[in-house]
Ligand binder design. Sequence first.
Ligand code: ADP
Ligand code: MG
Length: 768
Amino acid sequence: MSRETEQKEFSFKKKLAFTVQEPHRDHNHSHDEAGCHGHSCGREQEHLHDGQEAAAAIEPNERLRSYRIEGMDCGSCAMTIENHLRMHPSVKQVRIQFATGKMQIEHDNSVEEIVKEVGKAGYRASLITSRVSADSAEADRRDPHKSMTVLSGVLLLFAYLGQFASVSAGFQTILYALSIVIGGYKPARSAFYAIKSKSLDMNVLMTVAALGAACIGEWLEGAAVVWLFAFGNMLQNMSMERTRGSIRSLMSAAPAEAWVKQDGRLARRPIDEVAIGSLIVVKPGEKIPLDGIVAEGQSGVNQAPITGESVPVDKSPGDPVYAGTINESGALEIRVTKRAEDTTIARIVHLVEEAQEKKAPAQAFVDRFAAVYTPVVFGLAMLVMIVPPLLDGAWSVWIYRGLELLVIACPCALVISTPVAIVSAIGSAARNGVLIKGGASLEKAGRITAVAFDKTGTLTTGKPRVVQTVVWESGEKELLSIARTIEDRSKHPIAAAIIREAAERNAPLLAGTNYSHFVGKGAGATIDGVDYFAGNVKLFQELRVGDGPWLSQAADLQTSGHTLVLIGTQDRLLGMFAVADTIRESTVTAIRGLKGVGVRQAVLLTGDNEGTARKIAKEAGIDEYVSELLPEQKVSSIVQLQERGERVAMVGDGINDAPALATADLGIAMGGAGTDTAMETADIVLMADHLEKLPYTVRISRQAMIIIKQNVWFSLIVKFAALLLIFPGWLTLWMAVLSDTGAALLVILNSMRLLGTRNYGIESISDK
Ligand code: ADP
Ligand code: MG
């Protein structure tokens, strides 16, 4: 039996490993499609597979570098730079994302050359070497385009007012022309590089529109187009910087230097130079620079940068502490356990950045639409400018309409409608201690109708205690020693309870061999040539120990809500332990909060006995429970829920619930700060070791989905309204530009509402 169970467990692990790798599956072929996330004007896009998260656009390798790009004020700029760089012979691959303002690039030439190339197209690039330097470099930079935009606006205003003050028409035209040149310099330069790299982006369309307007003598219109475009872009740029900054505040959470204790003296060292095992000292009020274990001292630590909660957590020797958290009350000596680049906060930042780069399925539609829309409207504009005037000779009227169509051909607002909302939501969640691993996970979380919970360690504290010992054969100490030996290799919380009990009662560890593990049932070991087992009733029924008085005694303890660990051999029982685990305080409020955000069903899935399941479910306020489940039966319980039409999230500690987490529509792991695997494998990770942020997670995901829908519809409706207004001649060029940049700005501002979503759920409940 043992081999069979173990094999099952192994195959589940394989399944999990496969699921984990899935998002990276098609790097190669989605390259072009995801690279075209800006205005994909005129370029064919490859289609996304429905419902599947797009892979990162580029082949990740160690030669890839990250740059921060500044001055991108609209989705199309990203594509212009990308196309420009792609034509460069030293550039192997490149991807720029507008929403995060970052470029990933593989190149053979120098960093300066890349910065120069980007500069040519009108943007600023800076290599992100270490988090600290990238941040400080940024602070003292001012955008020169802002003053150009202001100047251009002033000239435009003077020229316009000039018509009321009998200024000569010639002088007015000069002012308009100046306004166009000053405000239009940047887009025109970008347009030049866009055309050179054969892309038809927003800058090209706007430049052509402004030049066209000037050519047909519509100077006011031309200047208005240029200024509105520049001004709209400036506002977009400013608001996007705020969105991008939301995650940057996390990056700068950890200090750059640490006080290292060496030979009784303290030395200040950059964190990169502090080796694992070093002793560092953190004074009260300082931030902890590296992950480690408290070696000496006691303090309250504010872990908000990681878990999103600012209530100080007590730390004493042996407790883990995390880089970026704030030591509030006492001095701490910490034994470093992670290198600077592997700390929990560094990994959170890394995962969040990765998540923000991933495309959500919702974006596939938008990209597909934009890929068709822009060339079609562009073609239409060309036709309108040429065909009707050939018939009626009204050249300037039709050229004007054609120019309007050119402006309307930019799907700017539409293209950024989804990614900006996703970046905002993921960034905001990260600051609240919730790691959402990409747009697809966010979408799924927004649609969840049922949540299934693991019991031990999830709803309960996961620190069960032995509350009763029953001995049938042998002495109590001997029983404890055998139990301790069997459980020695087990990672189950129950095993920890037994080991603790045995240690407290001085029952020694014996020499064991052949350690085995029966998932959802128990464990075993050979001691002095005899096979011993520790586990639940199910385990011993399978061993065919036979019914006896033990069965009724066990049943009694179970109905009163205890978990039993029976100890015995193939043919006789020696004794048993009743173990009890307490529910976490936050569980009750979290479940109530979930109902509050509209989750219909909460279900407890446990391997434990019926009595315990009923007791915990009742205490937690959970409507439904299923007990005595093996891991694979947890999987089928989830499938059953899905068959009932529920979209199911599974919450577990990620230790023995991996298959269930993988089967559910959404896998949520908790206690991410402690366990590395949970952080890597789940769709969503609650960094704190409890459920408090669960209602918030569902809430922000729902809100993100609503905002994305609003953005998409709003941008589509504005575009079509503008299109319809052209032909009766009601639309003016400046209105067309306003509808485009204005809509894009509103889309950004709407998405930024997500940055303010706070942790509802628990606070609102405990307040009253
Ligand atoms: P859950 O996490 O829902 O409690 P598990 O599958 O982890 O479910 O465990 C199910 C049951 O299997 C436990 O309640 C316990 O009775 C038994 N069990 C699992 N591992 C051990 C172990 N190492 N020692 C004793 N009993 C165990
Ligand atoms: Mg478990």
